[in-house]
Design a protein around this ligand. Structure first.
Ligand code: ADP
Ligand code: MG
Length: 731
């Protein structure tokens, strides 16, 4: 085994950057080449069909069979010209990543004597019934009633990967419950559209639609694929379960924004070309803080589309990395002691009239609207801070949150001094002085002037899990491997619910004869007071904050399975059912899935850790211990007692240390296995997950600690697993 380590290290050193050629002269030559976008639609579909599709996308109108048949025929023609022979419904089950089942276009032509033809009808486009019994459903669908439907989502364009036409779809059970991430996301987007449009119309009657926008920043690690293969923990769990810190890691801060290594640069170029072919507008690439950590970010877009693009790019990254002799790690915390990876979700709302609802405006009306949306968001985040945390929580992400480099496991909002100042002033002012209607019936804001461009870069707080950054909020607590839909569904639903509340209260005031401006101001003042506890501009990593947050009544739960309970609290059920995003049954079922997934992840990690500890590390440490003992015996044979004791002193200590550590490892692994066995017989999903959290996972650090200490003393030549310095610095 140790031979394997040195072989892969040697091979990795020899690897050179792979040459990557641009697919065309200008990006516009190949941008969107593999996507059935509006341009392609125009070539393959009639004007009438396109109009109906666009109506379906913009107004949610239902597409009939005839239209679906037309679209299917056009899509098939286009896809076949792109070399596709198969098609698949592409959906997002409640696992990491996406699912697809490929079917060939071929069909027997019954009328023409059974010859084979290519067929793809509207029926096949619109709906499929994958045998879905093995996707997580939280008990909604018993296995004997295994049918689940996938149904076409026309708002995200179809695309071709290799030989397969991929059609983005939702995935629902036979009885209509959502079994995926996309269904509730789409429902939350229509909820926010409805609620936000009603509020935006207070300020501008021309607004007909509000869009939710998402700009994700994908962080990831790259590891040489040979080194990866020699680390069973990486292969099985995507994270290192052991490994002593490298002497140098990120303390010199020389990796962030540093020169990109050539092999990595080639990988990034390749990714960008691929992304452009799928019309994913990637724009930013750079080194991240930790060694071998990088980031990729596109220009933001409509949330559903942007999320599909993120899922697609995660798949593309994995594939392209292999071409370059790398493995991409999307896990939130692949290495202890250095930064983990997140996926900041830049989120905003914008009207069909082109106004960003979180963008400070040029006129008092626009600014009043801006503050209205901002304050309602504060209230929503405050009321639902436990839920928002649940929406980003996972076994993986728990390693990152609360550690010293990531947002803490407490949700708060950073506004920066300028906006905070405006809200403070507004809170204290009387509405008479805050708002002045001048002679020409023009409204004026008496409150502090809001600059059009905020100096967000100087006023940034990297420790905040939910930060206002000038024209959007950055939900930073989202994990790098997560499906953004979870966080985006939660925030859009929470804000939609709150905006509807606001509108209700506003309407009541108007009915009672209050002016529009006063109604808005009175509500904002009330809301600013009420949501104060969520505002925090200080250092989120400090221990003081943990205490303060508790006093403020913010959710401070750190146990992952318990954090999920926020989904089924009375308030959350009200929130999701009233907005029509998820039913109570769905919420409960989805929590079952979360608990089950959590248990399985910890279970797998525990197994891998036990195996590595007992079968890889302990034998090597014993072997080294024997070598030391041999040496000690030989010394004794040659020298007199006094001299031998002196010479052997250090080795004797070492033998003892190793023996002790081996014994602790063996005992702890046995105890961990025992805890697992006890947990395994628990039938209740949440109790089982709690047991895994409380009684199994605490062994991980204890066992790891001993192994990492052994790594420090055992002969380097014998150590079987690639070390951190090799994993992190060879590229
Ligand atoms: P930083 O790392 O400085 O936060 P990046 O450039 O890496 O910024 O990423 C910022 C992301 O935010 C990009 O995807 C960008 O398109 C997106 N973004 C910018 N403005 C908005 C907005 N109004 N709404 C949503 N996303 C936005
Ligand atoms: Mg960034």
């Amino acid at each position: 085994m140790s031979l394997l380590r040195f072989k892969v290290v040697e091979d990795a050193f020899k690897k050179k950057a792979i040459a990557v050629e641009a697919p065309g002269k200008a990006v516009s030559d190949y941008y969107g080449k593999y996507v059935f976008n509006r341009e392609q639609m125009a070539k393959y579909l009639s004007g009438e069909t396109i109009k109906i599709i666009l109506n379906a996308i913009d107004k949610g109108e239902v597409l009939n069979r005839d239209v679906a048949d037309h679209v299917a025929a056009g899509m098939k023609m286009w896809a076949m010209e792109m070399g596709a022979t198969h098609y698949t419904h592409w959906f997002h089950p409640l696992t990491d990543g996406t699912a697809e089942k490929h079917d060939a276009f071929i069909e027997y032509e019954t009328r023409a004597g059974g010859r084979v033809i290519e067929e793809f009808t509207g029926k096949l486009l619109a709906q499929q019934e994958p045998d879905a019994s093995s996707f997580p459903s939280g008990g909604i669908r018993n296995t004997f009633e295994a049918r689940g439907y996938t149904a076409w989502d026309p708002s995200s364009p179809a695309f071709v990967v290799d030989d397969t036409l991929c059609i983005p779809t939702v995935f629902i059970s036979y009885t209509g419950e959502a079994l995926d991430y996309k269904t509730p996301l789409l429902k939350s987007l229509s909820a926010i559209d409805k609620a936000a449009t009603a509020v935006a119309q207070i300020f501008d009657s021309k607004v007909k639609k509000v869009y939710s926008y998402l700009g994700w920043e994908q962080e990831y690690f790259l590891v040489d694929d040979g080194l990866y293969a020699a680390r069973p923990d990486l292969v099985m769990t995507q994270r290192t379960l052991m490994g002593h810190e490298s002497a140098k890691n990120q303390q010199l801060e020389d990796h962030y924004f540093g020169a990109i290594p050539t092999r990595v640069q080639a990988f990034m170029k390749d990714i960008e070309y691929e992304a452009y072919k799928y019309a994913i507008p990637v724009k930013t690439r750079h080194n991240e803080v930790a060694p071998n950590q990088f980031e990729l970010a596109p220009i933001f877009g409509e949330t559903n589309l942007s999320n599909d693009q993120n899922l697609l790019i995660m798949a593309i990254m994995k594939r392209v990395a292999r071409r370059h002799g790398f493995r991409v790690l999307l896990h939130e915390k692949p290495f202890a002691g250095i930064n983990g990876s997140g996926k900041h979700n830049n989120w905003s709302l914008g009207t069909d009239t082109g106004v960003g609802l979180f963008t400070p405006g040029r006129t008092p009306e626009e600014n009043l609207q801006f503050i209205t949306f901002l304050v309602n968001t504060l209230v929503a985040v405050h009321r639902n801070n436990a839920l928002l945390k649940a929406s980003i929580m996972s076994a993986n992400n728990a390693h990152r949150l609360g550690a010293n480099e990531a947002p803490p496991a407490i949700i708060s909002v950073f506004l920066g001094t300028q906006i905070s100042g405006v809200l403070d002033k507004l809170e204290k002012s009387t509405s008479e002085e805050a708002i002045v209607v001048d002679a020409k019936k023009k409204m004026k804001l008496g409150i502090a002037h809001i600059p059009e461009v905020l100096l967000d870069n100087t006023d940034r707080n990297r420790t905040s899990p939910f930060a206002f950054t000038g024209n959007r909020f950055e939900f930073r607590a989202v994990g790098s491997s997560a499906n953004c839909a979870s966080a985006m569904t939660a925030i859009n639903t929470a804000v939609a619910y709150q905006l509807a509340e606001f509108k209700k209260e506003y309407d009541a005031k108007i009915t009672s004869g209050v002016t529009k401006e006063k109604a808005v101001f009175d509500l904002l003042k009330k809301y600013i007071k009420e949501s104060k506890a969520i505002r925090f501009d200080g250092n989120g990593y400090s221990n003081q904050w943990k205490e303060d947050a508790k006093k403020r009544g913010l959710d401070c739960q750190t146990s992952v399975p318990r954090i999920f309970e926020a989904y089924t609290s009375e308030e959350s059920i009200k929130l999701f059912t009233q907005t029509g995003v998820l039913s109570q049954k769905e919420l409960h079922a989805r929590n079952e899935v979360k608990w089950e997934t959590y248990t399985k992840k910890i279970q797998i990690e525990a197994r891998v850790l036990g195996d590595l500890a007992l079968n890889h590390i302990v034998p090597v440490a014993s072997k080294y211990q024997s070598l030391l003992l041999d040496n000690i015996t030989r010394v004794k044979a040659v020298f007199n007692d006094e001299k031998a004791t002196k010479i052997n002193a250090i080795d004797m200590n070492l033998v003892e240390e190793i023996a002790e550590r081996i014994s602790v490892i063996q005992t702890e692994v046995a105890a961990m296995i025992d805890a697992r066995k006890k947990a395994n017989v628990i039938e209740h999903e949440q109790q089982k997950a709690n047991a895994y959290h409380d009684t199994v996972s605490p062994y991980f650090d204890k066992i790891r600690y001993q192994i990492d200490k052994l790594e420090e003393v055992v002969d380097n030549e014998m150590w079987p697993l690639p070390k951190y310095r090799e994993l992190l610095f060879i590229r």
